[in-house]
Design a protein around this ligand. Structure first.
Ligand code: KG4
Ligand code: ZN
Length: 360
């Protein structure tokens, strides 16, 4: 029996993602339609508008996906679709489309938890390296979680944010700072713009923020303090410089360096606690100690390098998916579907051959 193909459909937020991945982890098609340019104009996602755009694009994205992969629908093994968490109006578009396809093509439907898909995605590219269990830090625009990952549907949450997510903080602060008035950042998300601006800082230590939850001995996060301190610091600087209402403070890059450092330090502080807990509990006894960082904020090279450095102090390896798979996409949904098939024992996972023995 040849390799099996799974179609993945992602519409949980503002990206329409459809992809086809096979059981060896090869990506045969990856279509991703961003809505960013529509939503940035309004300073945030408007759910009914996001729904309209998903509806208008999903059928065509699916057709292009089959074309890229040069496959017929009957060659698909299953259809995986994000069912939660996300914007209900967006989720329902993907779910309805997946149900319709599954019925029409007589294929099984595999429900996928969006955050789990972020957490498992790294295995698609590093399967021989990354076995269960591992510690995962999920950092995105909607979430911030530390979890022990044991397989699809088998995540144990160690901690999460008490308020904002780190990507959300980057996005809100970048907007307040008005980074979008600079042409190079106009269409970028806040996190990416902050990372880039921080590189040109001349006085990177000019802004300092207190470490959140510094005395709590758990694995939770909080970004509201950093956000409010940022708003206050920006306001103070604007008044001092008499910045016009559509202008930007002169040392915005120094500010971005301070912000990035603050977020990074907080993520490291809490991840350190989780690593110590996992080591204490003997969690890594069965596998090489591994930290996986995933979600849109894992795109950040400074944050990843700092976390990898921290992990190394505990003899722990650090991985993240390739950048194109850190943010929302259909590939991670298809891969989660494949992990479900593998877990159900119908397939054995062999990367070295082109042929999967269905008997396992
Ligand atoms: O995972 P994702 O694509 O969507 C959600 O599920 O939220 O993450 C999007 C988030 C945005 O908030 C964006 O600001 C952040 O990821 N992000 C970054 C970077 N690239 C994207 N944050 C920091 N540094 C980056 N380079
Ligand atoms: Zn996501």
């Amino acid at each position: 029996r040849l390799v099996s193909y799974v179609l993945g459909i992602e519409t949980s937020c503002d990206d329409t993602g459809i992809a086809i991945v096979d059981t060896t982890g090869r990506v045969h098609a990856n279509v991703l339609e961003s809505q960013q340019q529509f939503h940035t104009r309004y300073g945030g996602i408007i759910p009914p508008r996001a729904q309209d755009l998903h509806r208008a694009r999903i059928e065509n994205a699916y057709e292009r996906c089959l074309e890229q992969a040069q496959l017929q629908p009957e060659q698909l093994e299953a259809i995986a679709v994000t069912t939660r968490p996300g914007l209900p109006l967006s989720l329902i578009v993907g779910l309805r489309f997946a149900r319709h396809l599954a019925r029409r093509e007589h294929k099984p439907l595999l429900p996928v938890h969006h955050m789990e898909a972020h957490a498992l995605q790294v295995r698609m590219e590093q399967l021989t390296e990354i076995g269960y269990p591992y510690l995962c830090l999920l950092i995105s625009g909607g979430h911030c979680q530390l979890a022990v990952v044991q397989g699809p549907g088998r995540l144990t949450l160690l901690g999460e944010t008490l308020d904002d997510a780190p990507g959300e903080a980057f996005d809100k602060i970048a907007r307040r700072l008005r980074l979008y008035v600079l042409p190079q950042y106009r269409l970028w998300n806040g996190g990416r713009a902050v990372e880039h601006a921080a590189q040109t800082a001349r006085q990177p230590a000019a802004y300092e923020f207190p470490l959140p939850l510094s005395r709590q001995r758990d694995c939770n996060f909080s970004f509201a303090g950093i956000k409010n301190n940022s708003f206050r610091a920006i306001r103070k600087q604007e008044l001092a410089e008499r910045t016009p209402p559509d202008g930007i403070i002169s040392n915005y890059d120094d500010f971005c360096a301070g912000l990035l450092r603050a977020v990074s330090r907080h993520l490291m502080h809490r991840t350190q606690r989780a690593l110590e807990y996992c080591l204490q509990q003997g969690l890594f006894d069965a596998a090489p100690p591994t930290l996986v960082i995933s979600g849109g904020v894992a795109n950040n090279d400074v944050i990843f390098a700092n976390l990898a450095h921290l992990a190394a102090q505990y003899n722990c390896r650090a991985f993240r998916p390739s950048k194109r798979y850190c943010s929302d996409n259909g590939v991670m949904i298809a891969w989660h579907g494949i992990e479900q098939l593998l877990q159900n024992g119908q397939y054995s996972l062999r990367r070295d051959i082109d042929c999967i023995d269905i008997a396992g």
